[in-house]
Write a new protein. Sequence first.
Length: 95
Amino acid sequence: MSEEKINPSHYQSSTGLECIECVEAVVENLIGVEATDTGNIMKYLWRWKNKEGSTDLKKARWYLDHLIAHVDNDTDKILRHYLLHNYLLGLPNNN
């Protein structure tokens, strides 16, 4: 596997800072949904300008909304996010 596939440029700053290093530092004391959503938010915000533009910003917003619903313990909102996510991916909604 090439170095570019393992370490794509859209996950590296112009100064050589790696996205994964920043994510690991931020999620160090988080677990489960909090760690996963926070890491994904950072990932999409990190790369949006160099990869998928507004699509990445929308993905970051989706994970942020999901994280807020989780922190607020809003089970209805969490279910709506789950259903929307599966719909967008063409997956069955087994609820």
